[in-house]
Design a protein around this ligand. Structure first.
Ligand code: NI
Length: 226
């Protein structure tokens, strides 16, 4: 293939056979490599400095254990038709929970336990609100929710709203719910089972998980009002 070889020889700026690198060229290569490594180090250090100097967008909440990214603006409707927002709730700590009135287990269990813990707190039990948000506006009217929360024998603020309003509240709390069809052609709703403990400024102070022990939950509620 003389033709191909000839073409290659004409267009290839490098010699056909690369000579062994001279000691000078090797040293030059090492110098370049070291320079590149130093540049890389400078870039990493620089990036680290930028991260450290940048304003912290998620400052820790009250006790520093939870991010401020949980909780935020919402607007919902109380059983009597009053609008309730994150702003109107400010001034008193609250424990907020998402669910639905037809919930067979998680909601009634949680609201019963909340009522029980509040009872055990004596006068301190009045220093926080319990807020129950229904994520099932197709079934739960504000009045339905009012009747439901009255079953637990302690003041509970029941709320709901349009699907958009509920979704906004759920998003603000990084919570979750999902309608799940049942075999009977009905539906149930999977939902976050944690209770969010918000301080008087509407900042997350703690979370009571579904399997929290009574002792731990009580300690968290006492800290909430402390
Ligand atoms: Ni439930």
């Amino acid at each position: 293939m003389a033709w191909a070889a000839g073409t290659r020889a004409m267009s290839d700026p490098f010699p056909e056979a690369e000579p062994e690198p001279s000691p000078e060229r090797t040293a030059e290569g090492l110098k370049t490599l070291r320079l590149m490594l130093w540049l890389l180090v400078a870039l990493v250090v620089g990036a680290g400095a930028i991260v450290m100097l940048a304003p912290d967008r998620t400052p820790p909440a009250g006790n520093g254990a939870y991010p401020d990214t949980i909780g935020g603006p919402f607007a919902l409707t109380a059983p009597d038709g009053t609008r309730v927002t994150d702003e109107t709730l400010k001034g008193k700590p609250f424990a907020i929970f998402f669910g639905f009135t037809r919930c067979p287990d998680v909601c009634p269990t949680t609201l019963s336990r909340m009522a029980q813990w509040r009872g055990q707190m004596g006068a301190d039990g009045d220093k926080f609100q319990i807020v129950f948000v229904s994520v099932d506006p197709d079934t739960d009217s504000p009045a339905d929710i009012g009747r439901y929360v009255d079953l637990f024998g302690t003041p509970i603020l029941g709320l709901t709203g349009t699907n958009e309003e509920i979704d906004a509240a759920v998003r603000a709390y990084r919570a979750f719910y999902q309608k799940v069809p049942t075999a009977a052609g009905d539906y149930t709703i999977d939902h976050t089972a944690s209770v969010y403990l918000m301080d008087a400024d509407g900042r997350l102070q703690g979370i009571i998980s579904y399997d929290e022990t009574n002792t731990n939950a009580l300690a968290k509620l006492k800290r909430l009002v402390g």
